[in-house]
Design a protein around this ligand. Sequence first.
Ligand code: NDP
Length: 301
Amino acid sequence: MSAMIIDGKELARRTRARLAGDVAAVTENFGAAPGLAAILVGDDPASETYVRTKRRQAAECGIRSTAHHLAADTTEADLIKLVHALNGDETVDAILVQLPLPGHIASHRVLDTVLPGKDVDGFHSRNAGLLAVGRPETVPCTPRGCLALLRHAHGDDDSGGLGKLAGLHAVVVGRSSIVGRPMAALLTAENCTVTLAHSRTRSLPEVCRQADVLVAATGRPEMVRGDWIQPGATVIDVGINRIERGGASRLVGDVAFDEAQHVAGAITPVPGGVGPMTVAYLLHNTVELFHRRRADEAAQA
Ligand code: NDP
């Protein structure tokens, strides 16, 4: 059997094309385009690349963006001061704090300083809490992109009613606050039966084999083997790991793709799966925050 390869690149392209149309319309209506402010602290090359890609794709969609690149030794107090300034800046609808931050800065304090209504990544405790209790406002971009990939793979047209993921057993491996936990909450809202596995889970291969939908987000290169997968299952590989093999450097996921593609029913590749969808949903969230802010302002007027 050969799995259907879920083309995240193409789905992301379509998502961005839809957004570009929406952005053009709101820019004409309101006389201003949605504004995204990106904060980067330090010189991590991967983070620099992510921020560059996000800003380039934002521009392609007609979203204005500004970048605030701070030195690696910036204090937490100075970073928080910048976040306050952006919170109060009328031209900024969405604030992105690129993670990871340097070790001397407490990420949670910085993320909780961003106004929940400008929190494009959905990392503020209020937004995380709302998602956990089933009243989501802004949802983290990676899990949101994963859900879109899953719906696409299952032919779910998002037309309301009970979706096609309902009743499936979903296993999410990894419980970080930016991927695993919000992913489990989103799948619960889709009426999946959800198992959230982690490094202390016993008999992990057996747990994974029970999954109709398997989401791997561990940061462990090719950890999920082909024989951990139930034949026909849908596999979403969130991992992005750079490894050296045969004298060359390449990107691999948390799933051993070469094995898994012969067992799974559908699978995301790395690269070209979850990564492009994360950026597409960052832009989607930016536009959503723009709309929400204008609706709040209209309600208060
Ligand atoms: P974290 O390191 O924050 O969390 C990893 C999670 O995996 C933890 O919950 C940990 O368990 C669990 N884990 C680690 N080792 C094992 C193991 N051997 N067995 C079972 N569970 C294990 O990672 P992130 O969630 O931030 O990222 C995960 C991966 O996704 C990384 O490869 C990252 O690069 C990638 N990523 C990709 C994105 C994209 O756009 N495609 C966006 C964000 C991340 P425990 O809690 O018990 O320690």
